[in-house]
Design a protein around this ligand. Structure first.
Ligand SMILES: Cc1cc2nc3c(=O)[nH]c(=O)nc-3n(C[C@H](O)[C@H](O)[C@H](O)COP(=O)(O)OP(=O)(O)OC[C@H]3O[C@@H](n4cnc5c(N)ncnc54)[C@H](O)[C@@H]3O)c2cc1C
Length: 705
């Protein structure tokens, strides 16, 4: 695709035109590009490769490329020949924790095996047996053995294999592009047009009719970071359809296992008017911090020693867990269970359940101490504890380890036996688990909420789709591995809708409209002002401030007064950025400044949603707990450092499971976002017989239902 060069505000700006622009080259974005290409080919569209482009900050960046665990899980519909499964059962597992749209969950079930075999065909090395069965295992919240894995780097393999397909098809990947702005056309309108909800509002959900339809997004403006000159270099990508696949907002958190620099693009999308859902729901859990990696699965199932030290990482070693458990057997069995009960879960704290370990690790780090796993030793006994002995483990743990043949004397030998790749991944990053302990912390890992989508993964703004982690498709809980399945199905369905309902048109050649050129000019003026500013805020300091606030008040522990104060501070920071700008002192800081601006609004949105949820009387659920003085005691010895009193948490408010908190940007409001509860969309129940279904398919009616 040849670019046109235009002069805007004294800068040469390259303008590209595509039918569909996909932002993000992770597993979700790559998959969508591949499906859309294949669909266009089937429909006889001329040169589909000239109509689709992927725009990305970095092909080797993002969560899919850089994150994983001992055996990173892909949760799909069951493939066992002996255990029947169905899309309906699958969707029940996805919706079990509440606050999940049932049409999305059913679509994820229906599309699951199609997408799994698509990945197999693309070359992802999922293991099968001699009969061709793709063997499964059990993960957290999973009653079936639906999980599979291609090893620690499943999502990396997925995005690499899909990238090879995209390259084979000749789809353009514009690398080193930081999306800084969306170009929009039209005005905000309500969902009611002449008293009737618009067709799109109806598809989104009945309750959206009272909301706002944002202006259409007609393109994105990206900063070209491959140009080292330090001068502003912008590319404009005009499009008929936009697919946002920019991943989760990992940079919101100070303690995080997301890859460093994973900002997401939520702030920009929210500002463009896209609605968001379930922003309150994220997953937190134990992860290594020097090299950011999840320590679930076999890392925990081999039952390593877990201990803490003083801040220097050496002095005053303590077997800190022992004081909180009644026996070695209980403590060691809980360490084992953390393997597949990985996310922190407030419903698994009482009576010495496995999430007590997360709380205790957090408690220790709050006191300025550091926590380590040591695979060279079994857990050491505290006072009055017996020595660790595998035969004393509780039933489930003992049976699993015996079945796996993991009866070796030391955790590292058990790990070597069960999963040598789990040791190898650390070796690749300079950490030898045979020789040194591994530092861990309770980290943010995954955002269950995100931008709201309908059953075709189209956002509240027509022609803009959101897929992968950026889409808010999960509810309060999700089975481990369901994120990757959701990202693939979402990409497929967005491609199907674009290819069938919106067609392959490309924006016409010519000058930019006056309105669009004005938007680019304003972006240039803003970036120039950042470069010249002496007074503006320092972007790195802004990001650090956001991270400290969100981890403290929007992380795995929440309290209404602190959340309100954090929201007020976030709004103040956002408005200060709007008024005084940011300071890009040296080349490259411009990108950081843009990211800080996006993150500042994302933080407001997250905290606004948390406050709205707490004000409705929400309790502890999913992966966070809500503090309450009259709540349940975590453990007599887990105390609030400020008051010295035992920490207590409020139980889940079950009535809130049947609705979803949706927020939408409203600059006229003091708190910047309107918030409302919307009902859960039901899955369609009309089972058509073959002939009418066939007719609807031939006539394309399936895309208007
Ligand atoms: C440690 C860890 C372990 C995990 N384990 C599992 C697991 O076992 N099973 C599971 O299902 N899920 C797991 N997840 C979650 C899962 O890996 C992610 O949800 C998924 O990979 C996200 O894929 P994605 O394509 O949506 O986004 P990403 O892979 O994050 O890709 C985002 C893309 O957007 C680009 N981008 C972002 N912002 C911009 C911008 N402004 N301009 C241009 N480009 C931009 C990035 O460069 C990147 O290419 C895990 C996550 C972590 C952190």
């Amino acid at each position: 695709m040849k670019a046109q060069t235009l002069k805007i505000a004294g800068h040469s700006v390259k303008v590209y035109r595509y039918n569909t622009v996909i932002v993000g080259s992770g597993a979700a974005g790559m998959n969508c590009a591949v499906h859309l290409y294949e669909l266009m080919v089937k429909k006889g569209v001329e040169r589909p490769q000239d109509r689709i482009a992927i725009i990305t900050r970095g092909q080797k960046l993002g969560t899919s490329r850089m994150s994983g665990s001992d055996k990173q899980t892909y949760y799909k519909m069951g493939t066992s020949p002996y255990m029947p499964d169905s899309a309906e059962q699958f969707s029940k597992s996805l919706t079990a924790g509440g606050c999940t749209h049932e049409d999305l969950a059913l679509a994820e079930g229906i599309g699951s095996l199609r997408e799994f075999y698509h990945l197999v065909r693309a070359g992802v090395p999922f293991p099968h047996d001699s009969m061709g069965v793709y063997v499964g295992y059990k993960t957290d919240h999973d009653p079936y053995e639906r999980a599979t894995s291609a090893g620690p780097k499943t999502s990396k393999f997925m995005s690499e294999c899909l990238q090879r397909e995209a390259e084979r098809y000749g789809i353009a990947v514009h690398d080193h592009q930081e999306v800084a702005e969306f170009l929009t056309a039209g005005k905000m309108s309500t969902g009611h047009e002449g008293g009737t909800p618009s067709a799109h509002a109806n598809k989104m959900s009945a309750s959206h009719a009272g909301g706002t339809l944002a202006p259409r997004i007609i393109g994105v403006v990206a900063m070209d970071t491959s140009k080292a000159s330090g001068r502003i270099a912008l590319n404009v990508f005009l499009c008929e359809n936009l697919v946002l696949a920019a991943g989760g907002p990992g940079e919101l958190y100070k303690t995080s296992v997301y890859p460093a620099g994973q900002v997401g693009l939520h702030g920009l999308a929210l500002k463009a008017g896209l609605a968001a859902e379930n922003l309150t729901e994220s997953q937190f859990g134990l992860a290594s911090v020097k090299f950011r990696w999840n320590v679930s699965g076999t890392y925990m199932q081999v039952v390593p020693r877990i201990f803490s030290t003083a801040a220097d990482g050496q002095g005053d070693p303590r077997e800190f867990l022992c004081g909180f458990f009644p026996s070695m057997s209980k403590m060691a069995s809980d360490i084992f269970l953390k393997g597949y009960q990985w996310p922190f879960d407030p419903q698994r704290i009482e009576n010495h359940q496995s999430s007590l370990i997360d709380m205790l690790v957090f408690n220790e780090t709050q006191q300025g101490r550091r926590v380590f796993m040591d695979f060279r030793e079994n857990p050491r006994p505290g006072a009055n504890f017996q020595q660790y002995a595998q035969e004393k483990l509780e039933g489930e743990a003992l049976e699993y380890l015996r079945k796996a043949g993991a009866t070796q004397a030391r955790p590292i030998d058990r790990l070597e036996h069960m999963n040598p790749l789990a040791i190898e991944i650390y070796r690749e990053h300079g950490i030898d688990l045979h020789a040194e302990p591994l530092e861990i912390a309770l980290c943010a890992q995954h955002h269950n909420g995100g931008l709201a989508v309908n059953k075709w993964w189209e956002s509240s703004t027509p022609h803009t789709f959101v897929i992968g982690e950026m889409a808010g498709t999960h509810g309060v809980k999700r089975p481990g591995g369901a994120a990757l399945n959701s990202g693939q199905v979402g990409g497929l369905r967005a491609a199907m809708y674009i290819g069938n309902a919106y067609g392959a048109k490309v924006p016409a050649e010519g000058e930019l409209s006056k309105d669009a050129a004005g938007q680019v000019e304003r972006l240039i003026a803003k970036l120039e002002s950042y470069g010249e500013a002496r007074q503006g805020l320092n972007p790195s300091a802004v990001i650090e401030e956001i991270q400290a606030r969100v981890t403290a008040c929007g992380g795995h522990i929440r309290e209404i007064n602190k959340a309100r104060a954090a929201l007020a501070e976030s709004i103040r920071l956002y408005r200060q950025i709007e008024q005084s700008g940011l300071r890009a002192a040296k080349a490259g800081d411009g990108v950081k400044a843009v990211q800080a601006g996006h993150l500042a609004l994302t933080a407001v949105a997250l905290l606004r949603a948390i406050v709205a949820m707490l004000e409705q009387g929400a309790g502890s659920r999913g992966s966070h707990l809500v503090l309450a003085e009259d709540g349940v005691e975590i453990h007599p010895a887990v105390v609030d450092p400020a008051s010295g009193k035992p920490l207590r948490f409020k139980r889940e408010n079950l009535t809130l499971r049947s609705s979803i908190l949706r927020i939408q940007y409203d600059p006229d409001r003091a708190d910047l976002f309107q918030a409302q509860n919307v009902p859960i969309r039901q899955a369609p129940t009309n089972q058509k017989s073959f002939e009418p279904a066939w007719a609807d398919f031939r006539e394309g009616k399936v895309f208007s239902e």
